[in-house]
Design a protein around this ligand. Structure first.
Ligand code: ZN
Length: 117
């Protein structure tokens, strides 16, 4: 596997996500566009803030996964499934470069360690 290409791809993605998370939170703080004096308009703005908060939240969640993938890449465990220890399918890593588990474990759910009752 070409780890340099993977790392470049992950670093690029990390920059995009950081940018998106910081854009969304700057907009939600109304740095460029203060809350309107009109109440109905404020309601619309607050709804928009909820959407921005969700964007920022999902960007940050993906950012954490990307950063953890970069750490696994640095330690040589990038393509090892975090659950069963088998190799993660290369085509799966191509589709989801920050995944930490093989297809079988991903389909089994997110529980690590103890199986669910
Ligand atoms: Zn697995």
């Amino acid at each position: 596997m070409d780890t340099n290409a993977v790392r470049d791809r992950l670093l690029k993605r990390r920059d995009e996500l950081r940018q998106r998370a910081s854009d969304a939170s700057a907009e939600a703080r109304h740095e460029a566009d203060p809350l309107s004096a009109d109440f109905a308009e404020q309601v619309t703005q607050r709804e928009n803030d909820d959407v921005l908060g969700a964007i920022s939240h999902s960007a940050q969640a993906e950012l954490q996964q990307v950063e953890s993938a970069l750490r696994r890449l640095a330690s040589g465990r990038y393509s090892t499934c975090a659950v069963c220890g088998e190799d993660i399918e290369p085509e799966r890593l191509g589709a989801v470069p920050y995944t930490d588990r093989c297809r079988a474990c991903a389909e089994r759910g997110t529980g690590r360690g103890a199986p669910r009752p």
